[in-house]
Design a protein around this ligand. Structure first.
Ligand code: TXA
Ligand code: MG
Length: 326
C-alpha cells in the first residue's frame, strides 16, 4: 500500500540496520542492497506484508519471490535439504545463486510468497550489510528487485527512490551493488538441475559443480517468456472446478467471497469481508487450498475489482479456472 510519508533513507550503520530490521519485523516494506541488486524486502511469513510488495511494484500478477537468509544453513528450515542442494550451498553461499527447492509443509513462509507453488526460491546474499539485516530480522525476507514492474533492477539507493519513493517505508543504503545483475536461478525440484535465469554465478561454474548435468530453460535472451509457461503449468491448481464471477451460490458449492459473503454456500472462505484488496491478496492461496479440501462440488468465486492488486488476484483466479488438471 502506498504510504503518505516520504521513504526514509537509512545509513548502513548498526543503528540504521537495527531500524530497518525493526520495520521489517513490524510488517513494513524496506529496500536493501545485496551484492546483485537492491531488493524490496518484506517479512516472508507475513502474507499482508508480502501483498504490499506486489502493490508497491504494481505487478499485474503474483510472481513467486525469493526468500533471503543470513547464513547457508538457515534456508533449510523452510525447504527440503538434498545432498546436492547442501553441496551447492557449501560452494556458492553466501553469493548470487538462488536455489528452487520443495518447500517444507506446513511451513512458516506465507503461501503468497511462493505464489502458491509447492517449491520455494531461497538465497543467501553475500553483502555483509544484507546479512547483518537478515540476521537481526530472524525470519526469511521475501525480496524481488526493488523496481516497478517492467523496469530495470536498481543498483543504488537513489535508483530505488526514483522507482518507489513514498510507496515503501525505508531504503537501507549500502552503496552501489558490486555484481549489478540478479542472482542465477537454479531449479533443483526435478531429476536434472535446470537453469531458470542466468545471473551472478556463471553457468560454466555451475555446470562444472554439477558434473555437466545442467538443463537450460530457454534462450538467455528471453528467459521471462520461456519460463512463464512452465511456471503456469506448475502453479497450484485446485482439483475442484472453479466458477468465476458468481452472483449467487448453491448449497453444494464452496464460496470464495470478496466483501460480505453471498448466502447459501456449503462452505465459505472470506478473502476480505471489508473488500480490502491487500487483505484479499494475502489470503488468496490459503483460501483456494481450504475450499479445495471442503468436499463440495465446485468453487464459486465472487467478483473481485480489476484495479490495483485486483489485477493480480483476477489473473490467478482465471488460471485456477482454466488450469484444471483433466
Ligand atoms: O539477485 C536477485 O535474485 C535479486 C535480489 C534482490 O536478491 N532478486 C530478484 O528477485 O531478482 P525477482 O523477484 O526479481 O526475481 C526472482 C526470479 C523470478 O524470475 C521468479 O519467477 C523466480 O525467481 N522464482 C522465484 N521463485 C520461484 C519458484 N518457486 N519456481 C520458479 N521460479 C521462481
Ligand atoms: Mg526483477
Amino acid at each position: 500500500m502506498a504510504t503518505l510519508r516520504a521513504t526514509l533513507g537509512l545509513p548502513a550503520t548498526s543503528a540504521g540496520i537495527a531500524e530497518a530490521a525493526a520495520l521489517l519485523r513490524a510488517g513494513a516494506l524496506v529496500a536493501f542492497g545485496t551484492e546483485t541488486v537492491y531488493g524490496l524486502g518484506a517479512d516472508a511469513t507475513n502474507a499482508e506484508a508480502v501483498a504490499g510488495i506486489f502493490a508497491a511494484k504494481q505487478r499485474p500478477r503474483f510472481n513467486p519471490l525469493i526468500c533471503h537468509y543470513p547464513d547457508p544453513a538457515a534456508p533449510f528450515a523452510d525447504v527440503a535439504a538434498t545432498p546436492l542442494a547442501e553441496r551447492l550451498a557449501g560452494m556458492f553461499w553466501p553469493g548470487p545463486l538462488t536455489l528452487i527447492l520443495p518447500r517444507r509443509e506446513p511451513g512458516r513462509v506465507a503461501l503468497l510468497t511462493g505464489a502458491g507453488l509447492p517449491s520455494l526460491a531461497v538465497r543467501v546474499p553475500a553483502h555483509p550489510v544484507a546479512r547483518a539485516l537478515l540476521a537481526l530480522v530472524g525470519r526469511p525476507v521475501a525480496a524481488p528487485s526493488a523496481n516497478r514492474s517492467g523496469r530495470i533492477s536498481p543498483t543504488r539507493a537513489e535508483d530505488v527512490l526514483a522507482e518507489l519513493d513514498g510507496r515503501i517505508a525505508a531504503v537501507l543504503d549500502s552503496g552501489p551493488c558490486a555484481v549489478g545483475v540478479e542472482s542465477t536461478v537454479l531449479d533443483l525440484t526435478g531429476p536434472t538441475p535446470v537453469l531458470l535465469r542466468p545471473g551472478g554465478v556463471a553457468a560454466e561454474a555451475l555446470r562444472a559443480a554439477l558434473g555437466g548435468r545442467l538443463d537450460r530453460a530457454g534462450p538467455i535472451a528471453a528467459p521471462e517468456a520461456v519460463r512463464a509457461p512452465g511456471q503456469l503449468a506448475s502453479h497450484y491448481a485446485p482439483s475442484l472446478p472453479v466458477r468465476l464471477e458468481a452472483t449467487s451460490v448453491a448449497a453444494d458449492e464452496a464460496l470464495l467471497a470478496f466483501g460480505p459473503p453471498l448466502p447459501g454456500a456449503g462452505a465459505v472462505f472470506a478473502l476480505s469481508v471489508a473488500a480490502d484488496l491487500t487483505e484479499a491478496a494475502a489470503r488468496l492461496f490459503a483460501g483456494l487450498r481450504a475450499l479445495d479440501a471442503s468436499g463440495m462440488a465446485r468453487i464459486a468465486v465472487m467478483p473481485v475489482p480489476r484495479h490495483g492488486l485486483g489485477l493480480a488476484i483476477n489473473d490467478r483466479l482465471a488460471r485456477a479456472a482454466a488450469d484444471r488438471p483433466g
